[in-house]
Design a protein around this ligand. Structure first.
Ligand code: DC
Length: 232
């Protein structure tokens, strides 16, 4: 697969709750480029399934797949957060796609081949003009294998669970650290073991393990790598 544009693409992949979307957003802001969080797209499809095709807590995946054409996902820049908000069929869902109910189901939806084809096509359309930082699980391996720079971010599961727990606690006090850790482990397992585009580090990606780095240290390391590899 060849690149259409000379403008650069940075792919940031890695595990859940490593902060990769936040770093992708910060890098995009620093460079004046666009940021796309592809996890938000899988979350939006999952939310659509929960809202329209679920009974109890189970999404009817066949019905969801046959209605993918009815799902329109857009991103609009929010000056307050300095990042894109996710819109699902015209409605701002940036907050609801982060709910625990969505986190619980999203890996199951993200392993459906039709869902991946549907979203990867859109991700390529959005990103191929370049000057973009795209984060996810398969950006450097599948969506843009020719990306100019690929980073793969990881951290130990205990550290990631603690970080995610602190985020969730602001919205929902009833969730326990154990529940958050279990959910992370399950998602890691499903993401790494699915048949199509499993979560795997691209051969030419640079690994950053931020288990023992704080936000600022991680960001500084990312900027150092970008400067070294892309100049500027
Ligand atoms: O980054 P996140 O936690 O918001 O991602 C939500 C889920 O979507 C995650 O469990 C894996 C999936 N995902 C994926 O399969 N491919 C991507 N490019 C991005 C996310």
């Amino acid at each position: 697969m060849k690149k259409n544009s000379t403008s650069p693409i940075i792919a940031i992949d890695g595990y859940s709750s490593t902060g990769k979307s936040s770093y992708a957003k910060m890098v995009a802001k620093e460079l004046g480029w666009k940021h796309i969080d592809t996890g938000a797209m899988y979350r939006a499809v999952t939310l659509y399934g929960i809202q329209n095709f679920s009974e109890g807590n189970i999404i009817d995946t066949q019905a969801l797949v046959s209605h993918l054409k009815d799902i329109h996902i857009d991103f609009k820049f929010n000056p307050e957060t300095q990042d894109n908000d996710t819109f699902l069929n015209g409605k701002n869902v940036e907050s609801s796609i982060r709910d625990f109910s969505v986190s619980e189901q999203v890996s199951l939806i993200a392993k459906i081949p039709e869902v991946r084809d549907f979203l990867v096509k859109q991700q390529r359309e959005i990103g191929e003009k370049g000057n973009i930082v795209m984060d996810g699980r398969d950006i450097g391996t599948v969506v843009f294998p020719y990306a100019d720079l690929k980073l793969f971010i990881t951290a130990g599961v205990d550290e990631r669970a603690k970080r995610r727990f602190l985020d969730f606690r602001e919205q929902d006090k009833s969730i326990t650290l154990e529940e958050v850790k279990e959910n992370l482990k399950q998602r890691d397992y499903i993401d790494q073991n699915r048949e199509i585009s499993p979560l795997v580090q691209a051969q030419d990606a640079i690994l950053i393990d931020n288990s023992h780095l704080n936000k600022e240290e991680t960001y500084r390391e990312i900027l150092r790598i970008i400067k070294e590899r892309l100049g500027g």
